[in-house]
Design a protein around this ligand. Structure first.
Ligand code: PMP
Length: 293
């Protein structure tokens, strides 16, 4: 009875997802010396299941690992992802691969440390939703790319956690990072778009993560990509954010300003759902079949 315990892939084996596996002296626990990804699989219109843009997620993870001195085998991580999805029989999941520095030293040089890889899957996704999504401009600055490159390095996410915590405390759903010059950067886990008339613009910023969903929306809509001041975003007809977990989420409120429309945002959200589910057959190349059921 009840939900079966999920499994996760850890250093080559499937193990219970709730097993205590990493020692408390794990380097990544102390210093954030790890790299992760956030990926999704979807049930497809033909009754199967597919991972969306798996190679692109793996390539971003490989780049982060390279920077941190962690060997990352894309083929192994890809196989592990598909194996754990099949083992858990999840046709739609949020997939979390994590590579990290383990034990062997408590110093900052990662060379002597053991390195590990795990892939966990979750049946539910934490994303932005609700009747009116409220975005608040953060008082925190985004990690500058010159100090922490915009990759999915574990420690870098403390910056997002601070901004998210502040946003929630102030009654917002999500935080918007803006730089010293008043340029829009991104949200804590999503990239930003605006619409003016027919013109769709993807906010571009050196400190923002190059989102795979952002890239997808640009490919689907032909949106331009450029730097956008906060003052201009405030004047937009519509604003939406996007990310693997958030998908495409229209923003209704930014600080005290309420946007009049979310029509185009909703249309693009639907288009995105059609693409990830294979209903839009022209983008099947982005889907990796899981082999379920
Ligand atoms: N920015 C940040 C900081 C993120 O963590 C994410 C989620 N990975 C995104 C943007 C959106 O990226 P993607 O579309 O690749 O999920």
């Amino acid at each position: 009875a009840g939900n079966p315990v999920l499994q996760l892939w850890f250093d080559g084996e499937l193990v219970r997802a709730d097993a205590p596996l990493a020692p408390l002296t794990t380097h990544a626990l102390h210093y954030g010396s790890g790299v992760f990804e956030g990926i999704r699989s979807y049930q497809t219109v033909d009754g199967g299941s597919a991972v969306f843009r798996l190679p692109e997620h793996m390539e971003r993870m490989r780049k982060g690992c390279e920077l941190l001195g962690i060997d990352f085998d894309v083929r192994q991580a890809t196989a592990a992802t598909l194996q754990v999805l099949r083992a858990n029989r999840q046709s739609a999941a949020y997939i979390r691969p994590l590579a990290w520095c383990g034990t062997g030293s408590i110093g900052l040089d990662v060379a002597p440390l053991s390195k590990h890889l795990m892939v966990a899957t979750f049946g539910t996704v934490v994303h932005l939703s609700g009747s009116a999504v409220k975005l608040g401009v953060s008082s925190w600055r985004r990690n500058p790319a010159t100090s922490l490159p915009p990759l999915k390095l574990c420690g870098a996410y403390v910056n997002s956690i601070l901004a998210k915590h502040e946003a929630k405390t102030r009654g917002f759903d999500e935080a918007l990072f803006v730089d010293e010059a008043g340029m829009v950067v991104e949200c804590t886990g999503a990239n930003v778009f605006m619409l003016n008339g027919d013109k769709l613009t993807a906010v571009e910023h050196a400190d923002a993560l190059p989102g795979i969903t952002r890239d997808t929306v640009i490919a689907l809509t032909g949106a331009e990509s450029r730097a956008v001041p906060l003052a201009e975003l405030m004047q937009a007809d519509e604003v939406f954010v996007c990310g693997t977990a958030a998908e495409v989420t229209p923003i209704n409120i930014l600080n005290e300003h309420r946007f009049a429309y979310d029509k185009r945002g909703r249309e693009i959200a639907q288009l995105y759902r059609d693409v990830v589910s294979g209903a839009d057959s022209s983008h099947r190349a982005w889907l990796t079949d899981v082999g379920l059921p």
